[in-house]
Design a protein around this ligand. Structure first.
Ligand SMILES: Cc1ncc(COP(=O)(O)O)c(C=O)c1O
Length: 397
């Protein structure tokens, strides 16, 4: 029996061989507490620092320092709540000077991942005014939608690089430039958890102040993620107090094996991207062509232009189909895909993102997310299409 074909890389991606090797090496030789003063601790600290350098290098983030966290969710909390709290006074005094009510505002994209959306919304309970930046029908935050919300009383703008349900890319560099021009006291946070390791653009060029990345979305080992902080940016207020690790920004003994694996995975991804920058886009297009031939009324979610697509995510609504049943039929054929977002606890909650892009209500339960790693063969794409055809036949006849 053939091994299952895994097309759910946006939920999590299996550890790459390079990541497993780096994890094992660190587990054997660098397992000590990097804070310990003996030689074992020093070896662990060296491995951790090497991973920090390697991650920055791989992601093109030379202007950033790496703050290790446990998950992408945690990195988003530190980048959003931590920075908003740290910048609050400046934004409030700007508001007061302008004759306003001395409130600080936070702007968050309407289609952000829950781990970025809810921490921003929760700031309202602390007295921030939290506003949602609308997205267009493809799920993209346009500079024209952000511009009217920008003013000196904004403490934080948070917009993800790639959307995990739609695969849409936001024009981060453009949004950062607009923010710098009209909201001089604001930090710009970018959730790059889905996009990191899948795009050739270096993070340095996007120019955000803080960037979330997570190992398990790019072939590392789960339990390690990071917030990248651009040089010169105000320190976020830490979410956890304790031993003062990570320059006091994230207390808790560092996950050295996870960090080594994360950096190795990011480096391996960069090599793959350099070797074939269109690997993901080409496979996505080839898969879509096959699915369209089977279900011509397929509705493709996300932006139409390839330049605005992440490449690794193909999100489609198949009219008249229940995605949950559909994906189990595909699973029986040995092909694993996702429905809507597996990042919700069980993928069953009504999607705020689908509402934000105005997808017709009757299609909300019909959304399948096929997500790729970029090394799928033609035969594998064919196999995915055959499983899709089998499932479609059950519904469509
Ligand atoms: C865009 C995005 N941000 C953040 C997260 C959260 O990352 P984690 O599951 O590592 O907390 C995910 C996925 O789960 C995601 O897709």
């Amino acid at each position: 029996v053939a091994a299952p074909l895994y097309l759910d890389h946006a939920a999590t991606s299996p550890p790459l061989p390079a990541a497993r090797r780096a994890f094992d090496e660190a587990a054997a030789a660098a397992w000590a507490n990097p804070g310990s003063l003996h030689a074992g601790g020093a070896a662990a600290a060296r491995t951790l620092e090497r991973a920090r350098r390697q991650l920055r290098e791989a992601l093109g983030a030379r202007a950033y320092r790496v703050v290790w966290t446990g998950t992408g969710t945690e990195a988003n909390h530190l980048g959003i709540q931590g920075l908003a709290r740290a910048l609050r006074l400046r934004a409030e005094s700007a508001s007061r000077k302008a004759g306003g009510a001395a409130t600080a505002r936070v702007l968050v994209g309407a289609a952000e991942h829950a781990s970025g959306f809810h921490p921003a919304k929760a700031l309202a309970a602390e007295g921030f005014v939290v506003e949602t930046i609308p997205v267009d029908a493809g799920g993209v935050v346009r500079a024209a939608a952000l511009a009217p919300l920008l003013a000196p009383d904004v403490a934080l703008v948070s917009v993800q690089w790639a959307n995990n349900e739609l695969g849409s890319l936001n024009p981060i560099a453009e949004l950062v430039a607009a923010t710098r021009a009209a909201a001089p006291h604001a930090a710009f946070h970018c959730d790059a958890v889905q996009a990191a390791g899948k795009r050739v653009e270096p993070l340095d060029l996007l120019g955000a102040d803080s960037v979330s990345v997570a190992a398990h979305k790019l072939g590392g080992v789960r339990g390690c993620a990071a917030l990248l902080l651009r040089d010169g940016v105000t320190d976020p207020e830490p979410m956890f107090l304790g031993g003062g690790h990570e320059d006091g920004l994230r207390s808790g003994t560092e996950n050295v094996m996870g960090a080594a694996a994360f950096a190795a995975a990011a480096a391996a991804r960069t090599q793959l991207l350099d070797a074939d920058p269109r690997a993901l886009a080409a496979r996505r297009a080839a898969l879509l062509e096959r699915l369209r031939a089977i279900a011509p009324d397929l509705v493709v979610l996300g932006p139409a232009a390839e330049a605005e697509q992440l490449g690794s995510i193909l999100s489609v609504a198949v009219p008249g189909v229940r995605a949950e049943t559909f994906l189990h039929i595909m699973e029986a054929e040995g092909v694993y895909v996702g429905s809507g977002s597996a990042c919700h606890a069980h993928g069953t909650k009504a999607s705020r993102v689908l509402r934000a892009v105005g997808l017709a209500e009757e299609l909300h339960d019909s959304v399948l997310r096929l997500s790729l790693c970029g090394s799928e063969t033609d035969a594998e794409l064919e196999r995915a299409a055959a499983a899709f055809e089998k499932a479609a036949a059950v519904f469509i006849g």
